[in-house]
Design a binder for this molecule. Sequence first.
Ligand code: ZN
Length: 59
Amino acid sequence: MNDPSANRPKTETAAAPEGRPCVICGRPSLPAFRPFCSKRCADVDLSRWLGEKYRIESD
Ligand SMILES: [Zn+2]
């Protein structure tokens, strides 16, 4: 009853084994910045996300 694979989500079985590409620019993501390739892309995503949230709240 100790199956470590049971902990893994089965949502993307056919995903690339090397990891997902950066959601911003599509380059290979780094473990330190997943799911991004760099802090810059992480900041871009964060600002986008905040921007949308602010637009929703101010609407
Ligand atoms: Zn990137």
